[in-house]
Each structure stands twice: as structure tokens, then as C-alpha cells.
Ligand binder design. Sequence first.
Ligand SMILES: *[C@@H]1O[C@H](CO)[C@@H](O)[C@H](O)[C@H]1NC(C)=O
Ligand SMILES: *[C@@H]1O[C@H](CO)[C@@H](O)[C@H](O)[C@H]1NC(C)=O
Ligand SMILES: *[C@@H]1O[C@H](CO)[C@@H](O)[C@H](O)[C@H]1NC(C)=O
Ligand SMILES: *[C@@H]1O[C@H](CO)[C@@H](O)[C@H](O)[C@H]1NC(C)=O
Ligand SMILES: *[C@@H]1O[C@H](CO)[C@@H](O)[C@H](O)[C@H]1NC(C)=O
Ligand SMILES: *[C@@H]1O[C@H](CO)[C@@H](O)[C@H](O)[C@H]1NC(C)=O
Ligand SMILES: *[C@@H]1O[C@H](CO)[C@@H](O)[C@H](O)[C@H]1NC(C)=O
Length: 525
Amino acid sequence: MLPLIPLGLVLAVLDVVCAIHVPIHVTRKPGAASPRKRARTLEGRASVAVNDVRDVEYTGNITLGGTAKTVLLDTGSADLWVVGSVPGTKDLGKSATISYAIGSASGDINAASFQFDNFTVDDQAYILVQDASNIGLNDGIQGLMGLGPNSNSVVASKFKNLTGASPLSRIFSQNKTSSNYISLLLTRENNTGDAFTSGQLTISSPVPGYENITSQPKLSVDKVKLSADQHFQVLTDSNGIIGPDGNALDVSSIVPGVHDGKLVAVFDSGFSLPQVPRKVSDAIYGRVQGAKYDTDNEWWTIPCDQYLNISFKFGGVTYPIHPLDLNSDSSDLRAGATNCVGPFQPIGSGAFSIIGDYDMILGMGFLRNTYSLFDFGDFVSTSSNDRSDPFVQLLPITDPSTAKADFVRVRLGGTDTTSSSSKTLLPASQQSHSPLAPGERSAQLKERILSHWYLILIGAIAIVALALGCGVWCCCCRGRRRGGARAVGFRGVSVLPGARGAYKPLHDPATGAMHMAPMGVSGRV
Ligand SMILES: *[C@@H]1O[C@H](CO)[C@@H](O)[C@H](O)[C@H]1NC(C)=O
Ligand SMILES: *[C@@H]1O[C@H](CO)[C@@H](O)[C@H](O)[C@H]1NC(C)=O
Ligand SMILES: *[C@@H]1O[C@H](CO)[C@@H](O)[C@H](O)[C@H]1NC(C)=O
Ligand SMILES: *[C@@H]1O[C@H](CO)[C@@H](O)[C@H](O)[C@H]1NC(C)=O
Ligand SMILES: *[C@@H]1O[C@H](CO)[C@@H](O)[C@H](O)[C@H]1NC(C)=O
Ligand SMILES: *[C@@H]1O[C@H](CO)[C@@H](O)[C@H](O)[C@H]1NC(C)=O
Ligand SMILES: *[C@@H]1O[C@H](CO)[C@@H](O)[C@H](O)[C@H]1NC(C)=O
């Protein structure tokens, strides 16, 4: 009985949990086409050109059934789906639905010949979607390609063999000697300071000129309890977010077992706006003069000429964030409003991890600042040669002073006014705080229960065992020495109020979660 309640809840929230793949706040309106930059020709290697759609979507081309399709490139999910027709496609007789934070894609699972970055798979499974209008893709985008761990694939879960495996799993399993990794280099619109002109995605080889990514620290991928919620996620360093005043932000993780001011960060190229704990978003924007929190969009708005400087730390390396990524003028977000948008958005209730697997989702606004390598290691079960743990390597590509000069040129018309009195941060005591989103408190509550359910279970079993043990002991004692029965009985009873407290979570989640929290610390898994 006891475990069933939380387990049932776990199952019930699975849909929500799988919802991390999404470009959010992407409008449907077709904006001006972004300048398409030519891919650099790579000697002896192939790569996929990655196109930047106004800094809120990154796309690449695949070939399916012989026709080219432009798809979103999404490290936060693992399935391929397209709309439109696919010549020579074969219906595999099953259907699937993938729920995203916004909308869902559903249709029949098909297989067709597939080409990507010089790799060919003869019978790649994908979902042929009839109507994707609820996802709000920008014009010219015909689907989505998930680049995340296969265990998260909805299509793969429908088959007992390799038939449904994700595109990358199929590609990696073709060559058992090559490394199972992809790398991603993203461009930023309006930023001529970048040393590269084209975004690129590579498979099993680094982008030329960026080979030293392979000597960056290997950040272990945090393996989660529920494989359907597995993403490329790693721990930040302790207090690994440096705020705009140069001081480390004081943060704590919601993930059981993660302490010392570290946070669990998911890297998701399908999420436009980085989703950070509310406290972090408030610390970045709440001291900016003229900052206002927009409760409709659930983001901060700030003057477009406000320079900000923050950085993240992973594996002892500092990753500065470009000021243009901290203050967005993208027409998809701003839509004519006076002020610009603070893209580091409170994770609120929408993308919040209800089963407590991660603290934040570092989307495009973060990933533009790193050249990123995602190594699948033993996530690819069919690859006999790689039994190592999956990891992520990040090469910092934003130089803070070049980035500041970019900002001055793009936003300030070339005159550095970043230290004028109207642009200095307010004292910490005058920081504004954003209000909780609707549903945020109850989401936090569910998270505390779900991420501690096994401790609640262990506690409850211990208490039942204790109660039974006491009962048996009392009976025995009563039978043997009448005189001592009272005292023993009393002692037995005195244990029970504590026991009832521990049962409470199931009837009264709020207090229960709090009762169990301390056990979380000692009963670590
Ligand atoms: C990629 O494919 C093209 C055409 O099939 C071929 O000429 C080229 O050598 C291939 N490159 C690699 C790295 O395999
Ligand atoms: C991708 O395909 C679109 C048409 O679907 C084409 O306009 C574009 O040039 C292609 N991009 C690359 C890099 O090949
Ligand atoms: C995988 O299983 C399906 C039935 O679900 C079967 O039709 C197919 O031939 C199998 N494929 C392989 C490669 O074993
Ligand atoms: C497999 O990968 C290795 C290492 O990248 C490469 O040398 C070899 O040519 C590849 N084999 C095939 C069949 O593509
Ligand atoms: C990696 O190589 C690039 C280009 O040569 C260089 O600018 C950068 O400093 C190097 N980074 C590291 C961490 O070695
Ligand atoms: C940004 O802040 C860091 C401290 O967090 C500082 O070392 C760096 O000089 C700042 N960059 C600029 C361009 O002011
Ligand atoms: C690039 O600059 C133009 C002109 O200022 C602006 O309209 C557009 O929104 C900018 N793009 C981004 C992604 O900020």
C-alpha cells in the first residue's frame, strides 16, 4: 500500500517528466529569414550545418526517403519525427505520441532510408506526424530530431529489438570502433565577434580548430533513477554560478543527494531559454534598474542597453556568458515591447522536475557560449566497444572582454556607457523578487514527495517492523513478567507518535515531506 501511492504518482507524472524537449516561447509568426552562413568545408570529415533561427531555434537538414527535411536539433529528447510526405516509407504498425512542454507530436511509426552527416541508415524508425500545429514550429521547419540518450526514446520503447532505436543509436552501432559522441557549435545572431561563421554538428569527430575540446574536463553524466527521464545532465561546481556583481550565488539543489551548493544542469539544445531556479533568475535580473517581472510570460524584462556579466563553473573551468545571451532582443521574444527579455528564466512550474532529477535546463542561451561534446558511452548498448560512462565536455568560447565590446557595438552604438549610474546594479538589499508562478508551490511539494518516496517507504517499513517487534515483545513480556509489562508497554507506545509523524506524508504531504527531509540526508542512495 505504502509504496503504491508514490509509485502511482511517479507513473502519472511521467508524461510531464518527458517534457523537456521543447523550444518554448517560440512564436508562430514567420520572421525575417536569418542570414544563412555557408558551412566551412571540413577536410576528410563531414558535418551538418546548423542554422540559427533568430537565436530561438537551431535546425539542420536530414534526408528521409530521399527528400531533404529541415528539423530542429534537440539534445533534450531522443525521437525523430517529421511532417509531410516521405517517399517509400514503411508503416511499422504502431503509433506514438511525444509530449513536450508545449504541444505534442503524434502519428504512426514508420521506417525509411535516412541520411545525416554522411551516415546512412536503411530503415530508420521515426514518427510520421500529420498535424504539428500545436507545437508552433517556425515556417520551413518540418520536424524534430532528438539527439539525447536512447533510453528516453518513446519510439524505441515500443519495440523489443533495435527496430525503434533512435537515429544516433543506429549510427553509432554501425561502427564499433569510432567514438560515440556528437559535438555542437552554435552561432549567435548579430554577433560578429565569433571566431566561426557557421554552426555545426559533428558525429564522432571534433570541429576542426576546436580539437582541444577533448582535453577539457570530462563531466560525468548524472544517471537518474527513472531511465525515461535521462538527459545529458551534469553537476555544476560548488556555488558554480557567478552573479552579476562578481559574487557566487548561494544556491542549493532539489535533487536528493546533491549538496554543497552544486546544481544538476541538463543541456538541452531544444530549449530556447535557459531554465534556472527562481532564486538564480532573480539574482541575475532583480538588481537591474528598471527591471520588471512579466507574470504573463514568466520572465524578467530589462532595458536593452543593460550590460550583465555572469558565468558558470563546471569541472573547475569558468564559462562566461555573453551579455547578448543575458539580455535578448530577439523579435520572437520581445515582439515590439519597450524592454528586452531576460532569457535566464525561472524554471517555475512548467519545466520543473517533479521527480527531482535536475535543477535547471541550460538551453540555447547557455550553449552558444560553449563548444559542447556529448559522449554517449554505454548509453549506446549495441556498441560493444564503448562500455565507459557517458560524459560531457565543454570548451568556453565566449571571451568576456570581446563579448563586452560586442555588446557595446550592438546595443550601445559603440559608446561604452556600461558604468553610468543608471546601469549600475542596485544594492543587494534592494533586489526585487519575482512571484511564484501558478502551480509552482504544488509542483515543489510533489517533487519533495516523489523524490523521497523510497525513503518514506523505508521509514514506514522500519516503523511497521518496529511496531510489530514491540507488539511481539510486549506480549512475551506480559506473559512472562507481569510487573515489567507496564513500563515496557509505555516505552513501546512512546515510539509511536514518531511513527505516526512518519506516516503523515501520505495523508498530509506538506508536513510529511518535511518530516522525511532529514532522513534524506542520512539515507542517501
Ligand atoms: C561524405 O560523403 C561524400 C559523398 O558520398 C563523400 O564524397 C565523402 O568522402 C564523405 N565524407 C566522409 C568523411 O565520409
Ligand atoms: C536545408 O534544406 C533547405 C530546404 O529544405 C535548404 O534551403 C537549405 O539550403 C539546406 N541547408 C543546408 C545547409 O544544406
Ligand atoms: C524486430 O521485431 C519486429 C517485431 O516487433 C520484427 O518484425 C523485426 O523483424 C525485428 N527486427 C530485427 C532486426 O530483429
Ligand atoms: C569506423 O571508425 C573508425 C574510427 O573513426 C574509422 O577509422 C573507420 O574507417 C570507420 N569504419 C567504417 C566502416 O566507416
Ligand atoms: C583551444 O584552442 C583554441 C584555438 O586554438 C584556443 O583559442 C583556446 O585557448 C584553447 N582552449 C583551451 C582550453 O586549451
Ligand atoms: C565579469 O565578471 C568576472 C567576475 O565574475 C570578472 O573576472 C570579469 O573581469 C568580468 N568581465 C568583464 C568584461 O567585466
Ligand atoms: C538582431 O538585430 C536586429 C536589429 O537590431 C533585431 O531586430 C533582432 O531582433 C536581433 N536579433 C536577435 C536574435 O537579437
